[in-house]
Design a protein around this ligand. Structure first.
Ligand code: G16
Length: 541
């Protein structure tokens, strides 16, 4: 019996990056099955197709993989390539889809959200280019979830995913692969591993915090085995179902152990943290935190020092709320810089069309055309390659960058788990007041323009509206407001703040101090405390 009748669940609408819900929601009978069958139906079925499957090791991941394999078999798939133990980092899954010519892949992860029976789970579908499904596909999936009446699943025991090699499930081949090898090999083609080995041989010290999530095995293989970093350089290196209680979001708040180490006495030369599924990164030097927007700008300015990018960049792209630091680098290099809505899926067309080779977001994501996802360890390797070639530490590289391009002070303030109606009311009131704002002087800043970001994809013309409210001030300062599309509890308000300082003076301020007038002006214009009762953000990046 492979056909099972079912009825729709409300709210199976993919957000910024796939469907994310509390684990218990996903574990209720038919919930995962409905979403997976809707995905298969929305992409025209999976009969005779090859798929990739894996996830970040979080609770319910292996069980979900078993269910999905039995569904793929019942739906007639030819082969599913699955990471051993149902493990694959998101960038590694993207790479496997591409090199194996798969029709697409399913990634089991709620990314940077905590994991465990009381925390979060997620499922996202990536298309044949290796990248997240675009909105046309996610909308078709959502539509299918609303009318679903049956799903297909073989009634057989779960396949064994602990042993490498091929087995047969119904008429489908299940191919269990080493999750790390192909990805680590790809990294060797992009970066100068000989120079990096030299760096470590000379005693360069790193601390790579994998936050008990999926990058542990990847980082251990690449840094400790292939590059000769000291044993123990990778910490929290074993993926655990609940991430050992860590919140695998690589930012100063959640990666506080790494922050303390890097800001403390006898800090290593370089530090980095990854998120649950390995696509995000946070970069630190001894005593220095690098904001993600600055990291993108530094990588763009120095990419040519790495073998895989020696020919120069075709163009760069950033999400709209990401700071404009990379725009200044692009202007200097004479290459295009694209501004897209939040969500890696919006970079896919630009990468496929060869318009850009490097992209990034303020949300700790950077990547290139080597895959179609952001890639945390890739970013770390690029930084180390640049350090090895320039012979400078992170602090010197940052100082040099700001001296050359000026500094874009940047910070994001998050207000988490707000009541949805309050958050929406606040933004609706702001929207209604927008026409009255230009020309107003607030906390010494003059409002130059206010708008709501909309995007027309320059490659296929697809349009996306309602992508963030923007206030531009006359001195070039900016604030952006939007609600997160990745949370699972209430609404998360994100407030993105920036101000440009051309230098040569004023390049070494504390970002919160440098942004104080913009922060005050935002409070006057939006009234966050009045609506929410919150005096402080929950997370500051
Ligand atoms: C996802 C998306 C990113 C996005 C981030 C934050 O990252 O892939 O493109 O910037 O969420 O989105 P939001 O502000 O809507 O929460 P990840 O690492 O969670 O897949």
């Amino acid at each position: 019996m492979t056909r099972h009748t079912t009825t729709p669940f409300a709210g199976q609408k993919p957000g910024t990056s796939g469907l994310r819900k509390k684990t218990a929601v996903f574990m209720q009978p038919n919930y995962l099955e409905n979403f997976v069958q809707a995905t298969f139906d929305a992409i025209g079925g999976v009969a005779d197709k090859v798929l990739v499957l894996g996830g970040d090791g979080r609770y319910f991941g292996a069980q979900a993989a078993g269910i999905i394999l039995k569904m793929a078999a019942a739906n007639g798939a030819a082969r599913v390539i699955v990471g051993q133990g149902a493990w694959l980092s998101t960038p590694a899954a993207s790479h496997l889809i591409r090199i194996r010519g798969a029709a697409g892949g399913i990634i089991l992860s709620a990314s940077h959200n905590p994991g465990g029976p009381d925390e979060d789970f997620g499922v996202k579908y990536n298309i044949g280019n290796g990248g997240p499904a675009p909105e046309t596909v996610t909308e078709a999936i959502f539509a299918a979830t609303q009318t679903i009446t049956e799903y297909r699943k073989l009634d057989v025991p779960d396949p064994d995913l602990t042993v490498l090699g091929e087995t047969v499930l119904g008429a489908m081949v299940v191919e269990v692969v080493d999750p790390v090898a192909a990805y680590a090999d790809l990294m060797e083609t992009l970066f100068d591993f000989k120079a990096l080995r030299g760096l470590f041989h000379e005693g360069f010290r790193v601390r790579i915090d994998s936050m008990n999530a999926i990058t542990g095995p990847y980082a251990t293989e690449i840094f400790e085995r292939r590059l000769g970093a000291a044993p123990g350089s990778v910490v929290h290196a074993t993926p655990l179902p609940d991430f050992g209680g860590m919140h695998p979001d690589p930012n100063p708040t959640w990666a506080h152990e790494l922050m303390a180490e890097m800001m403390g006495p006898d800090a290593p030369d370089f530090g980095a943290a990854s998120d649950g599924d390995g696509d995000r990164n946070m970069v630190l030097g001894r005593g220095v935190y690098v904001s993600p927007s600055d990291s993108l700008a530094v990588l763009a300015a120095n990419a040519h020092l790495c073998p895989g990018y020696a020919a120069g960049l075709k163009g760069v792209a950033r999400s709209m709320p990401t700071s404009m630091a990379v725009d200044r680098v692009a202007a200097d290099l004479g290459i295009d810089c694209y501004e897209t809505p939040t969500g890696w899926k919006f970079f896919g067309n630009l990468l496929d069309a060869g318009r850009v080779s490097l992209c990034g977001e303020e949300s700790f994501g950077t990547g290139s055309d080597h895959v179609r996802e952001k890639d945390g360890l890739w970013a770390v390797l690029m930084w180390l390659n640049i350090i090895a070639v320039r012979g400078q530490g992170v602090a010197e590289i940052m100082a040099d960058h700001w001296e050359r391009f000026g500094r874009t002070y940047y910070s994001r303030h998050d207000y988490e788990a707000l009541p949805v109606d309050i958050a929406e009311l606040m933004l609706n009131q702001f929207r209604a007041a927008m026409p009255t704002m230009p020309g107003q002087v607030v906390e010494g800043l003059t409002v130059a323009a206010v708008d709501e970001f909309a995007y027309a994809d320059p490659v296929d013309g697809s349009a996306s509206s309602g992508q963030g409210l923007r206030v531009l001030f006359e001195d070039g300062a900016r604030v952006v407001l939007r609600l997160s599309g990745t949370g699972t509890e209430g609404a998360t308000l994100r407030v993105y703040l920036e101000r440009y300082e051309p230098g040569p003076d004023g390049l070494t301020l504390d970002p919160q101090a440098a942004l104080a007038p913009v922060i005050r002006a935002t409070e006057v214009l939006v009234g966050i405390e009045g609506y929410t009762g919150r005096e402080e953000p929950d997370v500051i990046t």
